[in-house]
Ligand binder design. Sequence first.
Ligand SMILES: *[C@@H]1O[C@H](CO)[C@@H](O)[C@H](O)[C@H]1NC(C)=O
Ligand SMILES: *[C@@H]1O[C@H](CO)[C@@H](O)[C@H](O)[C@H]1NC(C)=O
Length: 420
Amino acid sequence: MGGAVFVFGVVLLMSFAAEALDNGLALKPTMGWLHWERFMCNTDCKTDPDNCISERLFMQMADVMVKEGWKDSGYEYVCIDDCWSSHQRDAQGRLQADPNRFPNGIKKLADYVHSKGLKLGIYADLGYKTCGGFPGSMGYHEIDAQTFADWDVDLLKYDGCNLDWKLVGEGYMNMSKALNNTGKSIIYSCEWPLYVWPYDKPNYAAIRETCNHWRNYADVYDSWSSVKSILDWSAKYQDIIVPSAGPGGWNDPDMLVIGNFGLSHDQQESQMAMWAIMAAPLFMSNDLRDICPRSKALLQNKYIIAINQDSLGKQGYQTTKGSDFAVWERPLSGNRLAIAVMNTQEIGGPRRFFLAATRGWKLCNPKCNVTLVLPKYHELGVVPLQTDLLLPVNPSGTILLTVTPLSNITSQEYKLHWHH
Ligand SMILES: *[C@@H]1O[C@H](CO)[C@@H](O)[C@H](O)[C@H]1NC(C)=O
Ligand SMILES: *[C@@H]1O[C@H](CO)[C@@H](O)[C@H](O)[C@H]1NC(C)=O
């Protein structure tokens, strides 16, 4: 009845909520912008001033985020990735920003970003060097945590390059403790499982106690094959990773590349829909100063964002994968369910999907209230269990729906529904 999904969701969450990193942050998946995929390690401000990693780039993004509705849509964190620092630490052993590219330093940049009502993220690495070859935090994690706190930074992305994988867990725990010791609440974004998976099954309970989100798998590229490989990995390991997600800690499938060069619009819709189903942090990596209106509208789509940010905080699963369609389902607050259906064929035209073939549709006994969110918001109204509704899905595109059972489903039936 009424609270069935809710009751089950709470039971599931409670077993993990106690173990979430206790810094009061990331109670919903973090939303923001991160420079890496789009701007990478471009340090050439002499000949490419508009695209190099510099304070100017982050100030311009912050400006646009306020002016163009990004902040109002929920995107809050403006995040620096690798290649921001000088190649030398200062005389006190502290990291320092590259003086040519960040002439006013990170504290001033944080002040600027805060003046816009936004938050600033920074990047470091637990090894001897960052992935891009800049100074690493090995041996310096306490100094670095204090430096970031002194600069009033709000998020740390902590990478795992250039250290023996056996020390990676200890390195992530060290920094978590060091951040806590500063007394400043800083979102802690990890890549712990990514660096452990090649050798061993990561300890997700420990990871959830240590980090606010964690990368599991390879970096996203600006291509459909990259997005697909992330989805395939997430589905393959979902029984391990999904239960570890919940308020305070999330699986991070990496940045949204929507608004760049590599994805068709249907593929962009697929990434947005699936990142919502996966309760993923939403870090856009694109050029907000110059983005096509359709991509912008997709990234700012309030219905999709509401699914991503749903207060139940339960990550979704891939429930079926056939030759034509992959179906993903996510339990939502208020006794609802989100369903995403991707047409996995990359040939032909729209294929029609039989809605009643989804696993969640069983809950629509005798009927459900159905709202189509993608490709276009449309309230389909009350649909009976015995429907013959067919919904068209474009090749490599995804349709996204929310479904509210108007039914007498027991919590036990819901439990069976979600049990894997
Ligand atoms: C540090 O950890 C303690 C215990 O888990 C927690 O109560 C406190 O809020 C944390 N402080 C910060 C700044 O994260
Ligand atoms: C973790 O911190 C301890 C104590 O400062 C230090 O001895 C150890 O080397 C650190 N480990 C890593 C991987 O940073």
